[in-house]
Design a protein. Structure first.
Length: 226
C-alpha cells in the first residue's frame, strides 16, 4: 500500500515545507499538472517540477492532465520525475509514449477519467507501470468520491492478474480514511490523497493513518490473498 500526497491541496507558497512535512511517511509526492484546456484549471508546469526535484526527499509522481501529452510528457521524465502519467483520452500514440517514458527512466502511467472504461486499454498493460483511475472528475481537489468507479477498479485488477502484469492500480480523487478501504477492497494499491492529508493539522500523521487503514483492508482483500 503506497500513499502519494497531492500538493494540489498544499500551500503553493511553501511547497518545499509542505513536501518535507510528509517526507518521512509518504512514498511519493503527487504533482497535478493541468493546462486549463484538457481540464478547467491551471496549476503547475515543468519549471516548478524541475525546481521541486532539487528539494524533494521523495520521488515525484507527475499526473499530466494536459492536451497533447505525446509532445510534453517526455520532458517530465527527462527532468527526473519518478513516474509520469498521461491520460488515455488525450494521448494519440500511448504505446510509443509509454516506451519513451520508460526509456527515460520513469514509470509510465495511464490515467482514465471516471466515465472511461478500462477494457479498451487492456492490451496496453504490458507497456505501462501504473493505471490511474480517477474517482472524481479531473480538474479540482476536494471533490466527493465517486462510488461508480469501484467496479472499474476491480476490472483493472482482474486484467492485471489475468495477464500477470506488474502494474500498480492508483486511485486519485476523494481518497480519505473512509473511501480508502473500499478502494483497497476493489483492487487499488496506490492512493493519491490531497485534502485528507494537507487539510489536517498533521499531514504526516494523516499519511500514517491512511496507510494503516489500507493495510488492514488489504488483509481481507480478494486480490491479495485475503
Amino acid at each position: 500500500m503506497q500513499i502519494a500526497p497531492s500538493i494540489l491541496s498544499a500551500d503553493f507558497a511553501r511547497l518545499d515545507e509542505e513536501i518535507n512535512a510528509v517526507g518521512a511517511d509518504a512514498d511519493w509526492v503527487h504533482v497535478d499538472v493541468m493546462d486549463n484546456h484538457f481540464v478547467p484549471n491551471l496549476t503547475l508546469g515543468l519549471p516548478v517540477v524541475a525546481a521541486l526535484l532539487k528539494h524533494s526527499p521523495l520521488p515525484l509522481d507527475c499526473h499530466l492532465m494536459i492536451e497533447d501529452p505525446d509532445r510534453w510528457a517526455l520532458a517530465y521524465a527527462e527532468a527526473g520525475a519518478g513516474s509520469v502519467t498521461f491520460h488515455a483520452e488525450a494521448a494519440h500514440a500511448p504505446v510509443r509514449l509509454a516506451r519513451a517514458l520508460r526509456a527515460a527512466g520513469a514509470r509510465a502511467g495511464l490515467a482514465v477519467k471516471p466515465a472511461t472504461p478500462i477494457d479498451p486499454y487492456a492490451e496496453l498493460l504490458s507497456e505501462i507501470d501504473t493505471v490511474l483511475i480517477m474517482s472524481v472528475e479531473p480538474g479540482f481537489g476536494g471533490q466527493e468520491f465517486l462510488e461508480l468507479v469501484l467496479p472499474k477498479v476491480r476490472r483493472a485488477r482482474e486484467l492485471v492478474r489475468e495477464g500477470e502484469h506488474n502494474v500498480w492500480i492508483q486511485m486519485d480523487g476523494g481518497v480519505d480514511e473512509d473511501t480508502i478501504t473500499r478502494c483497497v477492497e476493489a483492487g487499488a494499491d496506490v492512493f493519491v490523497a490531497g485534502s485528507s492529508v494537507y487539510g489536517t493539522d498533521d499531514p504526516a500523521e494523516a499519511v500514517r493513518r491512511l496507510r494503516g487503514v489500507a493495510e488492514v483492508a488489504a488483509c481481507g482483500a480478494w486480490w491479495c490473498g485475503g
